[in-house]
Design a binder for this molecule. Structure first.
Ligand code: PMP
Length: 360
């Protein structure tokens, strides 16, 4: 196997996966090959859920490919980017042998999937520069090579830190790890960020893959639609490792509707509001005396350090506002992550924290 195929677990290289009834290309008008019901459930309006879905619903796959500027064969649709992370780890890491590189403090699923697979975890912490947490790309490169890592997970914009990794840095890392590791850029929050997507590196860097999701800017978290984008060879391998019918028909229908031109125009408007509110909240939070530091963010959230994070968390809860407590995360012992809400919700955050200051 050439290119990125050599990164796939040797024992999976000839693996065909499950051949579902839907994946056989046969013609007919009486379908009695999948033990489905001949009649619809009364809850199922047009009877669209009577049959198993296509493993990769073609219209949705095509629309997503168009959205992300790739061809459908470069993209695998799954149950959120969570599933994509799991598939990557399972397809590339030999249990008990191979490793992944992660950059704490960062989204927890990379490590969860690695633990479940029995893959080793190499941690290269983000460096706290006050102006923002930065990935130490030289240290990542050296550790990946020294530890024989198969996967490097970069999160950009990073959750919860909010910083982005310059694309030149991602490209240089991919070149240094060519033939050794796949560099995965998790862009769950890319719509809220300035700058180009790492998908622009795919044509020139075979060992780059990108994760995107409809859960954040597109406001469809419950539909559980996320994608991994990469070379067609990698995508075909990942599909063979995926469950037979990963995309439920009602979810595919909802996602397709949610990606209509009109819906995308509304998504852009929501993103503009989030970006405006992000700036407003950044400055307003920084003026509150108990707030030690607020990190600039390219995501739909802000990471803030507090002189009394416990008190701030409780004051917010008492006002009915639930934020993410980050205190158990490395380097974040005094930090909370606040999702950017509607202007009214953000006002609730500010008034709860200001009132805490007055009471203190
Ligand atoms: N990546 C990052 C960085 C995230 O923050 C999240 C969700 N919080 C995900 C991936 C998973 O998103 P989903 O499975 O909903 O696509």
């Amino acid at each position: 196997m050439s290119g990125v195929g050599s990164l796939v677990r040797p024992d999976l290289r000839g693996f065909a996966g499950y051949k579902s009834a839907r994946s056989e290309s046969v013609r007919g008008d009486v379908w009695l090959n999948a033990n489905e019901s001949a009649w619809a459930n009364p809850a199922d309006g047009e009877g669209r859920s009577r049959r198993y879905p296509e493993p990769q619903p073609p219209a949705l796959r095509a629309r997503l490919a168009q959205l992300y500027g790739v061809v459908p064969e470069q993209l695998l649709v799954g149950r959120g980017s969570d599933e994509a992370i799991d598939l990557l780890v399972r397809a590339l890491c030999v249990p008990g042998q191979d490793a992944i590189v992660v950059t704490p403090p960062v989204f927890g699923m990379y490590v969860v999937c690695a633990r479940l697979q029995g893959a080793r975890i190499v941690e290269i912490p983000l460096v706290d520069h006050e102006a923002g947490f930065a990935a130490d790309l030289d240290a990542i490169r050296d550790a990946a090579l020294a530890q024989g890592a198969k996967l490097v997970f970069l999160c950009s914009p990073s959750n919860p830190a909010g910083s982005v990794i310059p694309l030149e840095g991602v490209a240089a890392l991919a070149r240094a790890l060519d033939g050794r590791a796949l560099v995965v850029v998790d862009e769950a929050y890319a719509e809220f960020a300035d700058g180009a997507s790492a998908t622009t590196l795919l044509d020139t860097h075979a060992n780059v893959a990108v994760l995107r999701t409809l859960s954040k800017a597109h406001a469809l978290a419950a539909a559980r639609i996320g994608v991994v984008i990469g070379g067609a060879e990698l995508i075909a391998v990942l599909q063979r490792c995926q469950a037979p019918y990963p995309v439920p028909t009602p979810c595919a229908d909802l996602a397709l509707e949610g990606l209509s031109d009109a819906a995308i125009a509304q998504t852009r408007e929501r993103v503009a509001v989030v970006r405006r509110e992000r700036e407003r909240l950044l400055y307003a939070l920084a003026r509150i005396p108990g707030v030690r530091h607020v990190y600039p963010s390219q995501g739909n959230y802000l990471l803030a350090r507090f002189s009394d994070a416990e008190g701030a968390f409780r004051a917010l809860l008492a006002a009915g506002v639930v934020v993410r407590d980050q205190r158990a995360a490395p380097q974040l012992g005094d930090a909370l992550r606040i999702t950017i809400g509607s202007p009214e919700q953000n006002d609730r955050v500010l008034s709860a924290l200001n009132m805490q200051e007055v009471a203190a």
